[in-house]
Design a protein around this ligand. Structure first.
Ligand code: B12
Length: 434
C-alpha cells in the first residue's frame, strides 16, 4: 500500500519561521510494517497532495487542528481513500472524530498502528482502535528520514517518557495518559541522539523530572554528548541544587515551567496546590544561579483573577527576567476536568469552540468569574505585547542566565524576536476555514 501521513496546519496564513519536526510522523513511519511505501506531509510546509494516488491516509490531530484535520479527511474520502484519525483530539473525542473518518485510533500509535495497517491492507479497517490497557506506551524510536529535505528549526525533538503524575485540572496529559509515566531505555535515547547527530535538543516529555532517578540517569548518560537542551518540568527542580547542577553540566539551556498564577486560590482550584506563589521568586533565583534560562507559562481566567492580574503577572515576569513567557487565557480542552466543570457551570462561550467557524485566536473561550470575557482576552494580549516589546526584551536581558554564554544570548534574542513576530501574526488571525 501507499500510505500518506499528514500533520495539518493550525491556521491559514500562519507562517511561523520556527517550525519544529512533527515527531509523530517519524514514529508512525518507524512502526509501519515493512512492505508499504510511506509519505509524510507536513501541511505547515507543503500542500496536501490530494491528487496523488494513495491507498490509506492517516492524520494526526490535536484540538487546535481538529477542524482542519476533518476538512482534509473529507477531501480524501470524497476521492474514495480511507482515512484514519489519531492523536490528542480523536483520543479525547472519538465519537466526534468517527463522523469524519473510516477509522479512529485512541491513544498511542505504538500499540495499534501496525494492526491498523495490516487491517487496511486486508480491506477490513475497524471503526475504532482502542488499546486494551490504558496508560502511555513506551515511545518508539522515530524514523527521521521522513524529515529529509524539509526546513525545520535546527532542533531535534526527542522523547524520553510520556505522561505526568500531576493532575492539573486544565491539562490534556492526564486525560490522555492517565497518571502514569512510561520511559524508553536511556540507551535507546542516547543511541537516537547519536544517530541523528543532535546538538540542540528539545525533550518533548510532559515533565522531564517526573521521575527523579530516571531524570538523573538520563542527565548522566548525555553528559559526554555536549548537547544544548531544553524541556518542560516542574518547579521542584529548583529545590535540588545537585540536580540543577547536573542538568546544567549535561547541557540544560532552558526549562519550561508552568507557574500558571500568582494567586494561591487559583493554584488550589486548578489542582496545583503543591506550588505556592510566595515561593516562586526564591526558587527562580536558584535556577538562574545555575545559569539556566526560564520559560514561564501563565494562565488567566480562574476564579481568583480580577482585571489587575495581568499587570501584576507582567510585572513579576519582567522583574524575574523570564527568558520567554506565555500569557494564555484559559483554554478548556475537551476531555479535561476543567472542560467538564465549566460546561456544568454553563461558562463555556462555545460548547465546541474548536469547530466554531468564526472563532479567533485572540478570543476568550470561557466566561471568567472576576472579569468579562473581553477583558480576559484583552488582558492576555496586553501582557504578551508588553512582555515582548523592545523595552520588555531589553529589561529582561541582564540576567546571569541570558548573558552566561554567547549561545545563550543568541538564543535569547532569536527566540524573543520570533515570539514577538508570532504574537503579532496570531492576534490578527482567523481560525482556519475548512
Ligand atoms: C512539542 C510540543 C509543542 C511544540 C510544537 C511541536 C511541533 N512539532 O511543531 C510547541 C512548543 C510549538 C507547541 C505549541 C503548542 N502546543 Co503543544 N505540545 C508539544 C508536546 C510537549 C510534544 C509534542 C510531541 O512531539 N509529542 C510526541 C508525539 C510522538 O506524540 P503525539 O503527537 O501525541 O503522538 C502520539 C499519539 O498521540 C498518537 N498519535 C498522534 N497522531 C496520530 C495519528 C494516527 C493516525 C495514529 C494511529 C496515532 C496518532 O501516536 C503518537 C505516538 O504514540 C505535546 C505534549 C505531548 N505529550 O505530546 C504538547 C501538546 C500537543 N501541545 C498542546 C497545546 C495546547 C499547544 C498550544 C496550543 C499551547 C498554547 N496554548 O499556545 C501551542 C499551539 C501551537 C501553535 N501552532 O500555535 C497540547 C494539545 C492538547 C489538545 N487537547 O489538543 C499538548 C498535548 C500539551 C498539553 N499539556 O496538553 N507544542
Amino acid at each position: 500500500m501507499k500510505i500518506t501521513l499528514i500533520y495539518p496546519r493550525f491556521a491559514k496564513g500562519y507562517e511561523s519561521p520556527a517550525r519544529m519536526e512533527p515527531l509523530v510522523l517519524a514514529i508512525l513511519a518507524a512502526i509501519t510494517p515493512k512492505g508499504h511505501v510511506v509519505r509524510a506531509v507536513d501541511e505547515r510546509l507543503e500542500e496536501i497532495p490530494f491528487s496523488e494516488p494513495t491507498d490509506l491516509v492517516a492524520i494526526s490531530a490535536c484540538t487546535f487542528s481538529a477542524k482542519r484535520a476533518y476538512a482534509i479527511a473529507e477531501g480524501y474520502r470524497q476521492r474514495g481513500v480511507p482515512v484514519v484519525l489519531g492523536g490528542f483530539h480523536p483520543t479525547l473525542q472519538p465519537e466526534e472524530a468517527m463522523a469524519h473518518a473510516e477509522s479512529v485510533v485512541v491513544g498511542d500509535a505504538e500499540t495499534t498502528w501496525p494492526q491498523v495497517v495490516t487491517d487496511a491492507a486486508a480491506g477490513r479497517l475497524q471503526r475504532l482502535y482502542s488499546p486494551a490497557s490504558p496508560g502511555p506506551a513506551t515511545p518508539a524510536a522515530p524514523d527521521r528520514s521522513v524529515f529529509r529535505g524539509k526546513r525545520y528549526l535546527p532542533l531535534r525533538l526527542v522523547q524520553f517518557g510520556r505522561g505526568c503524575p500531576r493532575a492539573c485540572e486544565f491539562c490534556s496529559i492526564r486525560s490522555f495518559y492517565g497518571g502514569s509515566v512510561r520511559h524508553r531505555t536511556i540507551e535507546s535515547v542516547v543511541e537516537e541522539l547519536k544517530a541523528c547527530h543532535a546538538r540542540r535538543v528539545f525533550f518533548v516529555d510532559d515533565n522531564l523530572m517526573a521521575d527523579q532517578s530516571a531524570f538523573r540517569g538520563l542527565m548522566e548518560a548525555i553528559l559526554p554528548l555536549g548537547l544544548r537542551w531544553s524541556s518542560q518540568m516542574d518547579l521542584n527542580i529548583a529545590d535540588n541544587p545537585d540536580l540543577l547542577d547536573l542538568a546544567r553540566r549535561s547541557g540544560c539551556q532552558s526549562v519550561i515551567i508552568g507557574f500558571e498564577s500568582l494567586n494561591d486560590c487559583n493554584l488550589r482550584q486548578m489542582g496545583k496546590a503543591w506550588n505556592h506563589a510566595s515561593g516562586f521568586a526564591a526558587r527562580l533565583a536558584n535556577i538562574r544561579r545555575a545559569g539556566i534560562m526560564v520559560y514561564g507559562t501563565f494562565v488567566f481566567g480562574y476564579d481568583g483573577d480580577d482585571p489587575g492580574c495581568f499587570r501584576r503577572t507582567l510585572d513579576f515576569a519582567l522583574s524575574q527576567r523570564f527568558f520567554i513567557a506565555n500569557f494564555n487565557p484559559l483554554q478548556p480542552f475537551p476531555g479535561t476536568p476543567l472542560y467538564e466543570r465549566l460546561q456544568d457551570e454553563k461558562r463555556l462561550v462555545y460548547d465546541r469552540w474548536w469547530m466554531e467557524p468564526g472563532h479567533r485566536w485572540r478570543e476568550a473561550l470561557v466566561r471568567p468569574a472576576g472579569m468579562t470575557a473581553v477583558q480576559l482576552a484583552e488582558g492576555c494580549r496586553w501582557a504578551r505585547e508588553r512582555f515582548h516589546s523592545l523595552a520588555g526584551i531589553a529589561r529582561r536581558l541582564p540576567s546571569r542566565a541570558h548573558l552566561g554564554s554567547p549561545d545563550n544570548l543568541a538564543v535569547y534574542l532569536a527566540t524573543n524576536w520570533v515570539s514577538r513576530r508570532e504574537i503579532r501574526t496570531k492576534s490578527s488571525l482567523q481560525e482556519d476555514a475548512p
